[in-house]
Design a protein around this ligand. Sequence first.
Ligand code: GLU
Ligand code: ZN
Length: 374
Amino acid sequence: MTDVRVRFAPSPTGAPHIGNIRTALFCYLWARHTGGKFILRIEDTDQAREVENGLQLILESLRILGLDWDEGPDIGGPYGPYEQSKRLPIYKEHAERLIAQGRAYYCYCTEERLERMRAEQKARGEQTRYDYHCRYLSDAERAEYERAGIPKVIRLAVPHEGKTTLHDFIHGDLSIENKNVDDQVLLKSDGFPTYHLAVVVDDHLMKISHVMRGEDWIPSFPKHVLLYQAFGWEIPPHGHLPNVLGPDRKKLSKRHGATSVMQFRDEGYLPEALLNFLARLGWAYDDHTEIFSRQQLIELFTLDKIEHSPAIFDPAKLDWLNGYYIRELTDDEFVARARPFVPQADATLLRAIAPLVKPRIKKLNEIAALIDYC
Ligand code: GLU
Ligand code: ZN
């Protein structure tokens, strides 16, 4: 399996959420387990949602956990560029190719028309979707719109018959009747691709062998599969990784506490503890083993052990793991890791009390209180 190529494809919309980082970890582990490649691709085509230091926050999160990538925006690689905003001509060319083949069409509808259409559909109690207005324009009508210079998007012409199926290696077959699939936009009027077009084109061109993404994306599978079919490309194996839920079984969010790798680090969690903890969010080697070093994870990680029910984020378990990894540190290593949390502390004192403190704390940020006491 030397041709394994997996990608982590975050959007630079803020510090990556821990659930996303779990997805990155599974991709990384599969690449390292197989001797394949782990690719970092930045999906920055929705400029409205972007934050300025978004890329840096992604790189930093991965670096803290040691999830090193083989190809990416900072180091390049044979299939670059690895930032989608630098690949716009590629998407345009592909969308136009589908037009030439009759698999896609130009849509000239104004935002006002689309809003009216949606409002009418809602009033009738229907699901909102494009009404095919521009799909069957005559050549003369199309020429008229072109002459008037009306802005246009490109939409996929989804077949009305049949159904679309994705074989998901975690969830089994996912299937939908094509008549329930919208004629999605592929290319926006500003020349930017939608996520769906960009992700399919890039996964194909970058020779991605296994697509792993969060379960949240399951509703998008028909759009992707129909695009692969329209291009006449083979669909690589897809797996939708289980969601990460808080202890209350609601989607993990800021309400539950820290959500980024940087926040966990600043609270005194060791990267090795966090790595071990994240690996168990949706993957289990057996029914009892909890402690895994990075090396063991790389050796043992296989796709068939990814679980399909949601993973519950248990803070008590993270604390327990962190306490374990703190106790495992040598005293010197402990002093080095503790230092940022007690910059003032006397070096000799810190070294002297290390053996006493280690078994008493679960997080490095608890040291200050203990030192005060000493
Ligand atoms: N850019 C998407 C995200 O941020 C990628 C999803 C995928 O892996 O296709 O989640
Ligand atoms: Zn239209």
